[in-house]
Structures are given as C-alpha cells and as structure tokens.
Design a protein around this ligand. Structure first.
Ligand code: PBG
Length: 348
C-alpha cells in the first residue's frame, strides 16, 4: 500500500525496520508532554533584581533594558508588592548613587541611613514576607567604578573586605534576610560571616557570587547604575571566562567560609559551570540571568526576530535544567505572569 520512494525502488516500509522504541509516542499531545516534563519552572524559583534611586513618584526606564526601571522608594514598594502577589518570594536590591556621594573607599555603602538601608526598612514594613537580598560590593558607591578600593591602579583586597564587612552589617541591621557579596575579593565571605555572627545576626544568610566571571554581559547593568569602571576592567578580581576548575575552587572556598547559597554569573553562556557546580555541592545553586542576557532577548523580540515570551521561558528552563535551583532574572515578573497564564507544568 506504500507509495514507492521513486519508481523502481522498494517501498519505504521495506527499507526501515519498525523501531521497538518510538520516543515520539511521549510527545504526541500537550497533556502527555506536560506529564513527562522533567524540569519545572515556578515563580518560587525566581529572585527579582530591582534598581532603586532617590526621589518620589519617579521611575526611569533603563535605555538598554526595555521594561526595566529605576524606581524611587515609594514606587519600588508597589513593584515589590506586585511581584510578591505573582508568587515571587525574593527581591535583590541595587542602588543608583548620586555621583557626589561616591568616593574611592565607597563610604556611602555603610551609611546606616543610606538608600539601601532605607529601602530595606520600607520593604520590610510594607511587604514583611518578601525575602530581601542586598548586594555587597563597592561599585555603585565607588568614584572609580570598581568593586574595591583603588590604589595606584590596583584593587586592594583586604582593605576592601574591611569596608564590605561594614556594608553587610549596615544591611543586616536594616533587616536584610540575605547579603550577597558580588565583589569577588578573596576572603570576604568568611569575614562577613564572622562579623554577622559576632553582632548576633546568625540568621542573616550569605548568597555568595562564587563564580562571577569578568563579563561583557554586565554592560546594561552598569548603565542602570552609572557604575562602569573609570579605568581598566575587572579582570584582576572577576574570573576568566575560559575557566571551570577555578569556579569549583571559588565555590569550595565560599562554602568553607560559610556561604548558604552559591551563585554562577552570568548564566546563559555558563550553563556548563552551573551543571558542574550542582554536581559538586549539596548547597542550593543560584544562576544570575544578567542584564546583557535580558537585553539580547528584548532587542531581538523588538525587531520581531524571536518570540519573546517563549524564548524567555526556554532560557530560564535551560538554567534549571543545568542545575540551578534559584534564578535571578529581570524577567521575574513577566515569567511569573506567563507561568500563571499557561498553567501548571506548562512551562514551554
Ligand atoms: C557589581 C555587580 C554587577 C552585577 C551585579 N553586581 C556588575 C559588575 O560586576 O560590573 C551585574 C548584574 C547584571 O549584569 O545584571 N558588583
């Protein structure tokens, strides 16, 4: 009954022996695909990074991050509430610091009445259940745009760690649930853990940016905070993009120093690193879907070249599939909304 492939040749059924296994059987319908889906993405997996600035009633879109805003404190609270209502349990805060408050030692970073401590207190009052994560690093506060104190063109390690400790303590004092050192100075996780414990903040956790690479994917974030380095690059403290063994070393050190969650950053170009770290540790692993990854999807979608929602979900699920338990993403709200619309187990 089969039509010949071409005149004179045998019928297809004679050329292909019937396979015993037909994997396509499990792909036949949507319900079936959902049933056997191996990896799941939920709003509870997501951490929403937010940019905060001084002022009232103001929000500014970040030009290289369409749909992402810097919010004054009052509007930030609305955004946090909206995210929490969508099932997003955690936010990460990043400040836009006016230039006149920046200096080489990043002294504004540990001002107890600075923008971040005020934001933490306001959020804890307005949405007490939401987990608040604060970034520990000097760059938003540094006149040099570096994550540490600069001397003769070098980034000082131990002197910087002393400032980071003060910054983490100010954040804990304000009510942060987790502090997240993103600076890549050696020994900072241990120093922060010791200081938190000494001051009685035993329940404040450390989300360590353990494998943080020197990446051009951070460009739009530096636009958002006006924090680009004034000279050079960050390659003497952030990791070389070619390395994985070194990522395992950084993770081991951070765990030994007291990290509660370890992070890989960026995520999309480093899925192999996420995968290896997940196999290497029993701590939760976080992945940071960074600003440049967000910007690329937005830009292509705006051109009509890709389907934004589907690419967004496909990207986020790839990070979970690689082994991430938690994802920081500027898409958090959009993803939570899409997951709600699509319904249970319908991530793709
Ligand atoms: C700074 C910091 C950066 C990001 C998070 N914390 C930028 C940098 O290291 O230059 C980047 C996040 C993103 O690109 O989304 N300590």
């Amino acid at each position: 009954t089969e039509a010949p492939l071409e005149s004179g040749s045998a019928p297809a059924s004679a050329l292909i022996s019937a396979p015993v296994h037909r994997p396509r059987r499990l792909r036949r319908t949507d319900a079936l695909r959902r049933m056997v889906r191996e990896t799941m993405l939920t709003a509870a997996d997501l951490i929403y990074p937010l940019f905060v600035m001084e002022g009232e009633g103001q929000q500014e879109e970040v030009p290289s991050m369409p749909g992402c805003f810097r919010y004054s404190l009052d509007l930030l609270l609305d955004e946090v509430k909206a995210a929490y209502d969508l099932g997003i349990g955690a936010i990460a805060l990043f400040p836009l610091i006016p230039y006149h408050q920046k200096d080489n030692a990043g002294t504004e970073s540990y001002n107890p009445d600075g923008l971040i401590p005020r934001a933490v207190r306001a959020i804890k009052q307005a949405v007490p259940q939401v987990l608040v994560i604060t970034d520990v690093a000097l760059d938003p506060y540094s006149s040099e745009g570096h994550d540490g104190i600069v001397q003769d063109g070098q980034i000082l390690n131990d002197e910087t760690v002393a400032v980071l400790v003060k910054q983490a303590l100010a954040q804990a004092e304000a009510g942060a649930d987790f502090v997240a050192p993103s600076d890549m100075m050696d020994g900072r996780v241990g120093a922060i853990r010791k200081a938190l414990d000494a001051e009685g903040w035993i329940n404040v956790g450390i989300l360590a940016y353990s494998a943080k690479y020197a990446s051009a994917y951070y460009g739009p974030f530096r636009d958002a905070l006006d924090s680009a380095p004034k000279f050079g690059d960050k390659k003497t403290y952030q990791m070389d993009a070619a390395n994985t063994e070194e990522a395992l070393k950084e993770v081991e050190l951070d765990i030994a120093e007291g990290a509660d969650i370890v992070m890989v950053k960026p995520a999309l170009a480093y899925l192999d690193v996420i995968c290896r770290i997940k196999q290497h540790t029993n701590l939760p692993v976080a992945a940071y879907n960074v600003s440049g990854e967000y910007a690329m999807v937005k830009a292509a979608a705006q051109q009509g070249w890709i389907d934004e929602q589907t690419v967004m979900l496909e990207t986020l699920i790839s990070m979970k599939r690689a082994g991430a338990d938690v994802i920081l993403t500027y898409f958090a709200k959009a993803a939570a909304l899409a997951l709600r619309e699509r319904g249970a187990r319908k991530n793709l």
